[in-house]
Design a protein around this ligand. Structure first.
Ligand code: PLP
Length: 455
């Protein structure tokens, strides 16, 4: 039997032989071996060699309440014993799905009162493609089907989600569905040239208006964006960006989808990133922090207007076996109870964020760090050989970030790199003393990476 007690090398060999990883070159993995994670508690992970690792990424931006909360395990066991599975496809429902949908309608801003559940963020975004196209069909405007998204956005790995995302390797590996076009991203550091961040934010938002006019408003169904692009490198948009996007969406009457898969459930210091940036979406995509990753669950929270129109059109002809899965829904509900009752969002806003922000901003005194940005508990630093010109590493683009990430990993800190940006999104329950450890290890890793560069 394969267990945690087997020697690490044996586990690594079996992993490399049989388990395909999405973002690790299989040959490299066979040589180096994966790090085998065996336990989690709070912001800490333990690996098979007994090393304690501080998780600066909350897994994949999802373990908002931290690892190892027994309440969620208890709720899951209770729900499995009571009703392990039933679907909500036809004329049936169950209490966990009803209670979770009602809770989400209470928490979500504006008239976002209806929830369609999925198993993940990718599936939820596929639902959104169908929902917005169906909305215009029912309104007798079936030619309004183009969705405008952004370069370097990320909306998942299904064909729909991957097509909405603006990452060319994903499009290259298997193609892209039709009717999705991309405009530029609000990444001032990399692309802002001589403009101020505010000018650049306006310029990038106005690309939406230009695209709508170029395609014809009678062809455009919706715009989708993450309030803060996460997987693209934690691109925190200039303050002018979202208000201008909102103005344009309102002016042309197209639907707005806020992909809150990362920014939802406290990450930015509010329940949703839309509240932090003053966005009024018709649909919100949710996943990850919805259950703090304890169960796979996602969904779309839909406005009264979109729901009523789509419902008028009759059957949706869209559903997943695990939509509203009772165990996942019960666990998500318990997770939301913990976030609410333990004041975790207040902790982000009043404790974790100012404490981390001061120390995060101070990283700009490091010779490698040009820019440090943080909203709530989601941040990035841009690595550069020249802070004044915001230059990129000419011959080594992306590899400096990779090397810094490797140093972090060796120093038992999980940070991610996107090109030459280093990013963090720790569990929202991180304490000040853990923030100190995170920053100390990040500095040490940056120093080591910098020393390696000069060699
Ligand atoms: N949307 C955003 C903004 C994401 O960051 C992700 C995943 O990282 C997804 C969608 C896809 O979610 P999932 O991996 O649950 O399919």
């Amino acid at each position: 039997m394969i267990t945690n007690h087997m020697p690490t090398e044996e586990l690594q060999a079996l992993d490399a032989a049989h388990h395909m990883h999405p973002f690790t070159d299989a040959n490299g993995l066979a040589k180096k071996g994966a790090r085998i994670i065996t336990q989690g508690k709070g912001v800490w992970l333990t690996d098979s060699r007994g090393e304690k690792i501080i998780d600066g990424m909350a897994g994949l931006w999802c373990v908002n309440i931290g690892y190892g909360r027994p309440e969620l395990a208890e709720v899951a066991a209770r729900q499995m014993n009571e009703l392990a599975y039933y679907n909500t496809f036809f004329q049936t429902s169950h209490v966990p799905a009803i209670a979770l949908a009602a809770k989400l309608a209470e928490l979500a801003p504006g008239d976002l009162n209806h929830v369609f559940f999925a198993g993940s963020g990718s599936e939820a975004n596929d639902t959104n493609i169908r929902l917005v196209r169906r909305y215009w069909q029912v309104k007798d405007m079936p030619e309004k089907r183009v969705i405008i998204a952004r370069t370097n956005g990320y909306h998942g790995s299904t064909m729909g989600g991957g097509s909405l995302g603006g990452m060319s390797p994903i499009h290259a590996h298997g193609g892209k569905i039709d009717g999705i076009v991309h405009i530029g991203q609000p990444d001032w550091w990399s692309e802002g040239g001589d403009m101020t961040p505010e000018e650049f934010g306006l310029m990038r938002a106005r690309e939406l208006e230009e695209k709508i006019l170029e395609l014809g408003v009678d062809k455009v169904a919706a715009f989708i964006g993450e309030p803060i692009q996460g997987a693209g490198g934690v691109i925190i948009p200039p303050s002018t960006y979202w208000p201008e996007i909102q103005r344009i969406v309102d002016k042309y009457g197209i639907l707005l989808i806020a992909d809150e898969v990362i920014t939802g459930f406290g990450r930015t210091g509010n329940w949703f990133g839309s509240q932090t940036f003053g966005i009024r979406p018709h649909i919100m995509t949710i996943a990850k922090g919805l259950s703090s990753g304890y169960q796979p669950i996602g969904g779309s929270i839909i406005s009264d207007e979109v729901f009523n129109v789509v419902a008028e059109g009759g059957e949706l002809y869209h559903g997943y076996t695990y939509s509203g899965h009772p165990v996942a829904a019960a666990v998500a509900l318990e997770n939301l109870r913990i976030i609410e009752e333990e004041g975790i969002i207040d902790h982000v806003r009043n404790v974790a964020h100012p404490y981390l922000k001061e120390r995060w901003d101070a990283l700009t005194d490091h010779p490698l760090v040009g820019e440090a940005k943080l909203v709530g508990l989601m941040g990035s630093i841009a690595l550069t050989p020249n802070k004044a010109t915001r230059a990129k590493f000419a011959s080594e683009a992306g590899t400096v970030g990779f090397r810094c990430r490797e140093r972090c990993f060796a120093n038992n800190l999980i940070m991610r790199h996107v090109g030459d940006r280093m990013i963090i999104a720790p569990p929202l329950v991180i304490k000040p003393e853990e923030i100190d450890i995170l920053i100390t290890r990040a500095r040490k890793s940056l120093d080591e990476c910098y020393a390696g560069l000069k060699e």
